[in-house]
Design a protein around this ligand. Sequence first.
Ligand SMILES: Cc1cc2nc3c(=O)[nH]c(=O)nc-3n(C[C@H](O)[C@H](O)[C@H](O)COP(=O)(O)O)c2cc1C
Length: 185
Amino acid sequence: MELLHGLLNRVSIQRLEAPGPTESQLEIILQAALRAPDHASLKPWRSVMVAGEGLTRLGKILQQAQLERNPESDQQTLDRCLNMPHRAPSMLVLIASPTQHPKVPTQEQVQATAAAGHAMLLAAYAQDIGAVWRTGWVVSHPLIRHAFDITECEEIIAMIYMGTPSVTPKPAPIISSHPFIKHWY
Ligand SMILES: Cc1cc2nc3c(=O)[nH]c(=O)nc-3n(C[C@H](O)[C@H](O)[C@H](O)COP(=O)(O)O)c2cc1C
């Protein structure tokens, strides 16, 4: 029942403030991710928790990355990059780290990582931690990849911002399942 409640009602929270998850809350989030479906139990992912000064460091790298993308970026854009990681007190960077396997193709390992990401969101929600999964150009920029030691085989799947909701969460939308299912007898 509790599980269904989370599955049906979790929503992303964009506005987040301190505190972020505690060590024990983070451990639950990681344990939930480690229970995600995963062909051959490869656990084909790793994660990096960014908080405190790490957010400021990341903001500076984002600014540099933006300047590489467009050397004529205006100050407003650069300020936005600097402040981007500070949209929450913590950010969990989720990295797919596939290996060669005779039965489990890379794509399945990336899918397993995404399943782990969803489990992280649900475990955050279950602990009243607000969270939102973000990506965008930042996840594939060489400077960001370098910052998190992303190897050639790896990719950043999510930057999960986490913190205390500073707004009342919107209710989950009600969506008809009709277009998403066909019965085949
Ligand atoms: C792979 C992936 C990448 C996403 N990237 C972004 C993003 O960069 N920015 C953003 O605002 N939302 C992004 N989202 C969507 C949000 O995380 C969120 O799911 C969406 O705003 C809908 O809100 P809900 O989760 O409450 O339904 C992404 C979701 C996924 C699965």
